[in-house]
Design a protein around this ligand. Sequence first.
Ligand SMILES: NC(=O)c1ccc[n+]([C@@H]2O[C@H](COP(=O)([O-])OP(=O)(O)OC[C@H]3O[C@@H](n4cnc5c(N)ncnc54)[C@H](O)[C@@H]3O)[C@@H](O)[C@H]2O)c1
Length: 429
Amino acid sequence: MTITFIGHGYVGLVTAAVFADFGNKVYVIGHTKDKIENLNKGIIPIFEPGLEELVKENVAAKRLIFTLDYKISIPDSDIVFIAVGTPTTKTGDADLSTVLLVAEQIAKNLKGYTVVATKSTVPTGTNKKVRRILEEFRPKGTEVDYASVPEFLREGSAISDTVHPDRIVIGAESKRAQEALIKVHKQINAPVILTNFDTAELIKYAANSFLALKISYANAIAKLSEILNADALKVLEGIGMDKRIGDKFLSPGPGYGGSCFPKDVKALISIAKDNDYQFSLLEDVENINHQAKRDIVRKARKILGDFRGKRIGILGLAYKANTDDMRDAPAIDVINLLQNDGVKISAFDPKSIENAERVLKNVEYKKDPYEVASGADLLIILTEWNEFKELDFADIKKKMKSPNIIDGRNLYDGEKLRKEGFTYIGIGR
Ligand SMILES: NC(=O)c1ccc[n+]([C@@H]2O[C@H](COP(=O)([O-])OP(=O)(O)OC[C@H]3O[C@@H](n4cnc5c(N)ncnc54)[C@H](O)[C@@H]3O)[C@@H](O)[C@H]2O)c1
């Protein structure tokens, strides 16, 4: 089949590369000339494990073509996927301006019969707006069906998630569109949920908000465990073994971040409000998440007392391991809060320093964890990178001004580090 993706971010680029690898001819439309030129040479604008190789192979095989031009790709395509960003507006709603803008460009260039499917996360009811645009701007004699095909991949394991998803949700209301979308996914062995547009759109928000809820629940249990002198990790292990609950997304830490959970929880609260439902459960999820970041700073104050003249080393800036994504990373809030109190910050992250430099000012970025430790009064671990798991703590201790650690991801054996002379505080234990 011939497919076009609009947008070459974490969703568009990964799914386009995977569908090209399945043997389809895949166009990807962007809006930045430099990036498109680079992509056609196999140089990708984001970090995602295995992606550069996959893009290079499929560009070389001429199955993956990057372009700025709708006229080249849209008339040739059986299916067009919209995969542009839908960030949060000041009011907490999803910003649909790019989705609606590209829908118009797609519509104007349609030829024959085409399925236009939204992969971007969009609020329930967006389908009506996009369908209206497709109808208004499509040339006479063309036929178009709309679909909502939300994406569930995770950054860091996006390729494998695309090839082996837990489910494929297809919100399509015409038989012809359903068949085309089932056909394009035929190499993926996963259950398919066929449903209407509104339901498909809501599934995505309901899924992400539930995952965020699990993380906040784990953080609330961690907080309570600290007060009650219980071990949150054992409590959460104990509940996670119950198959009805499951053990995923139950790790306490500095709170959820990234490009999806914060904005999707906000958007669902806002969708509910617009429809006269106060989703207070999700408001609490957000409050607990904010508290998780403040708690790291509270713990730092507990160890250091007065912050004046102190240096804190941060290990990990990305919102989670195996990504360079800094969008809404907990590190941003934690570092800003510390800097507001006069703390000097040095930091290291294996992949996200370039992105961090754009959002975090007055930070001394270092080449490795040992440089970060040098002269620091306290180390705070904020991202669970594998390479932080086996550090030489004897060396770290020698380099630090005072041997203090806040382990925001519970990576280390606290007892062992205490024996080695560190003041150690984890989360919930
Ligand atoms: N990142 C994830 O893990 C993930 C997972 C599932 C769903 N989603 C959803 O998928 C959507 C995309 O997310 P993402 O993380 O890939 O975003 P992203 O910011 O990484 O990518 C967005 C892409 O859209 C492109 N773009 C912006 N304006 C454009 C325009 N006018 N014309 C053409 N392209 C344009 C950008 O260049 C970029 O390539 C969002 O709605 C997000 O919520 C993201």
